[in-house]
Design a binder for this molecule. Structure first.
Ligand SMILES: Nc1ncnc2c1ncn2[C@@H]1O[C@H](COP(=O)(O)OP(=O)(O)OP(=O)(O)O)[C@@H](O)[C@H]1O
Length: 309
């Protein structure tokens, strides 16, 4: 269990994390979602005792990381897969980590197997692909067989096979009863795996709910309607509380009500419709809207700025 309460971290003038509170429960995959710069890594670093909070607490099993007797046996983390000695083999790297943390060396073979490192474990890390580095980082996180695992953007740069593999691994780890927190800046990366989602924007909590609930809330309906006289529909649509955008002389985009309602408005107004369809708003777009105003490095087109990374 991870408990974050009133967590605040300030770097000079930057408020990276702002009074953040949430729990990460065992037996579930919790997605930690937010645009670049939202404060996800800073929060994870606080949980791991790598960053001292300006205020508030980030606890593992009710204790700060520094108070854990054998931290690697309690918490495993994948933060920066680049931070390893390039001249060592993967196996040697894991053996050093095991030895310095009092973990039996037989665990090395187990995690090499578990992380699917295979023969690459005997090669120097300098020659690893990004995917292999990621697997090595995951092997290191699993070394102490910890009950709590944090993965910071684990699918970054992975091919489809790698992404599928990580999804399966996260699921298995949670099914074994572990607490699993996985960060991402893309909803699409975590929506299939995460049971719960903690969404942050500009260091603040935006949503903390089940994935199903968040997706339901985000999937707001949008209706496309074409007819000869859209102007005759406007009053009726407004009366039903719809937000209406004029696309061109014959087309409206309606939000907030469904196609049935638009059809009824048209019938009441005696306007024959040429086209009526519901467009499910893209979830990624809706998620970006949810964190709108919280995208630190937004370009001129906020949808693109978020999607490109
Ligand atoms: N060591 C630091 N010194 C100064 N500012 C920092 C430091 N670490 C993070 N920040 C700032 O804190 C804010 C939050 O950064 P953080 O890396 O936690 O966000 P993030 O959600 O993990 O984003 P990303 O997806 O880009 O990793 C950003 O404005 C970042 O520039």
């Amino acid at each position: 269990m991870i408990t974050v309460r009133g967590l605040t971290k300030r770097y000079g003038r930057v408020l990276a994390v702002d009074d953040l509170s949430f729990d990460v429960e065992p037996g579930k995959v919790t997605g930690f979602l937010g645009p670049n710069g939202a404060g996800k890594s800073t929060t994870m670093r606080a949980v791991l005792g790598l960053d001292r909070p300006t205020a508030g607490t980030a606890l593992v099993g009710g204790r700060p990381y520094a108070a854990l007797g054998e931290p690697l046996r309690e918490v495993g983390a994948l933060l920066d897969p680049g931070a390893v000695h390039p001249g060592r083999t993967g196996r040697a790297h894991l053996r050093v980590a095991a030895r310095t943390n009092g973990i039996p060396l037989r665990r090395v073979d187990e995690v090499v197997e578990q992380a699917g490192l295979g023969a690459a474990a005997h090669r120097r890390i300098g020659g690893y692909s990004l995917g292999m580095r990621q697997r090595l980082g995951i092997a290191a996180a699993l070394l102490g067989d910890p009950g709590v695992l944090l993965f910071d953007e684990p699918v970054n740069g992975l091919d489809l096979d790698g992404v599928r593999w990580i999804r399966g691994l996260l699921r298995r780890l949670a099914d074994e009863g572990r607490t699993v927190l996985v960060s991402s800046h893309l909803l699409g990366e975590v929506e299939q795996t995460a049971d719960r989602l903690v969404v942050v924007g500009r260091g603040r909590l935006v949503a903390d709910t089940t994935t199903a609930e968040l997706l339901r809330g985000l999937g707001s309906r949008r209706v496309r309607v074409r007819c000869a006289r859209p102007d005759l529909l406007l009053a009726g649509l407004a009366a039903r509380g719809a937000a209406v955008e004029r696309v061109d002389a014959h087309e409206l985009r309606v939000e907030g009500i469904g196609a049935e309602d638009v059809g009824e408005v048209a019938a009441a107004a005696g306007v024959p419709l040429h086209h009526l369809s519901e467009v499910r708003q893209s979830l990624e777009e809706a998620y970006l809207a949810l964190t709108a105003g919280s995208v630190e490095y937004a370009g001129s087109d906020p949808v693109q700025a978020g999607a490109a990374r």
